[in-house]
Write a protein that binds this ligand. Structure first.
Ligand SMILES: Nc1nc2c(c(=O)[nH]1)N[C@H]1C(S)=C(S)[C@@H](COP(=O)(O)O)O[C@H]1N2
Ligand SMILES: [Mo]
Length: 324
């Protein structure tokens, strides 16, 4: 059957480029060094490519964000190709090569629901959220509990900024985040042996620690779908499974949540899940890790190298199972 369809780049300008992005386009034209005299004619020049990028993701113009190197700039950086083709995103399948299937995820419109112990529950669209925060880039280590690791440049904002926007009540002790439920696209969600949706949480003081980050970008662009578009948690001192992807719900509670992996196998995956080379997983050692793209294993560090920034969070929690 033949379907007559407009291609993306045939869309009329007005449709492809919402009014609010007009200003950004003007800035782009200016940054290309085109003077005001050339303005009207020049406007049409970059518009097509720009409109295409905008149509794909209206936040494209926000990246790259300015780098914040307060937490160091670990090296060597993992190749973008590797970090975006070797993924854990069980909603799309249980192997590492789900990146193609993840392209079916639609990330606009995208609404995040805020409720639980907050002054007033509300919903917010991702682009409205992006307009309320200051984006920055941070290069972080990532350590998966399976012992592979990577170093990637996330763009986004501190979890604290999100918490402050949500206005939690004084009694809130944990923030809980959930991934989208959409079995029509996230095919593995049809397998009811898993406790969907994917859920993770942080204690309030962990969430308010400046290292805790919400990533909305990666490698200077909007974050790739396979990496958890349009927003995912990044808590680099914890095992990777804490970093819940494609978040649609942020809830505040005074009860510690039971996270996805903890529900599945509490003896192997706990709530705190801080990286510690001295505490083995019940089935393997955590002493070393294999950086993506490298053949050699390197030593794993306590709190994944972030001890100076986060160890004080656990001074009064010695009785807890902090490292698994
Ligand atoms: N919703 C959801 N979030 C998830 C996962 C998942 O399967 N589903 N896997 C986690 C695990 S185990 C890791 S190591 C990281 C992987 O992130 P990456 O694919 O961007 O490297 O995502 C975490 N977040
Ligand atoms: Mo992981």
């Amino acid at each position: 059957m033949l379907i007559k369809r407009r291609h993306g780049w045939e869309l009329p300008e007005a449709k492809a480029t919402p009014e609010s992005h007009y200003l950004q386009r003007r800035e782009l034209v200016r940054s290309m060094g085109l003077g005001m005299a050339a303005g009207a004619a020049a406007m049409a020049l970059p518009a097509t490519a720009f409109a295409q990028a905008k149509a794909a993701d209206p936040s494209a113009g926000l990246y790259p964000a300015k780098r914040n190197d307060k937490y160091g700039v670990p090296a060597p950086m993992t190749a973008e190709k590797l970090a975006t083709t070797y993924n854990n995103f069980y909603e799309f399948g249980t192997d590492k090569s789900i990146w193609r299937d993840a392209q079916k995820l639609e990330v606009r419109p995208w609404t995040i629901k805020v409720d639980g112990m907050v002054e007033k529950p509300f919903e917010i669209g991702i682009d409205d959220l992006l307009a309320k925060v200051q984006l920055e880039e941070r290069v972080y280590r990532h350590r998966c509990v399976e012992t592979w690791s990577m170093i990637v440049p996330w763009s986004g904002f501190p979890v604290r900024a999100l918490v402050e926007l949500c206005k939690p009540l004084g009694g809130a002790k944990f923030v809980v985040m959930k991934t989208l439920s959409k079995p029509s696209v996230m095919r593995e969600q049809r397998d009811l042996l898993y406790p969907w949706p994917y859920v993770e949480g942080l204690a309030m003081d962990e969430a308010m620690n400046d290292l805790a980050f919400i990533a909305t970008g990666l490698y200077g662009k909007p974050i790739h779908k396979q990496n958890g578009a349009p927003l995912r948690l990044v808590a680099p001192w914890k095992y990777g499974f804490k970093n819940v992807k494609s978040i649609v719900s942020v809830e505040f509670t005074d009860k510690r949540p039971v996270s996805f992996w903890e529900k599945l196998q509490a003896s192997e995956y706990g709530f705190w899940a801080n990286v510690n080379p001295q505490v083995p997983h019940p089935r393997w050692s955590q002493a070393t890790e294999k950086p993506l793209g490298s053949d050699e294993r390197i030593p794993t560090q306590l709190y994944n190298g972030y001890a100076e920034f986060v160890s004080s969070l656990y001074a009064d929690r010695k009785a807890e199972k902090l490292f698994m």
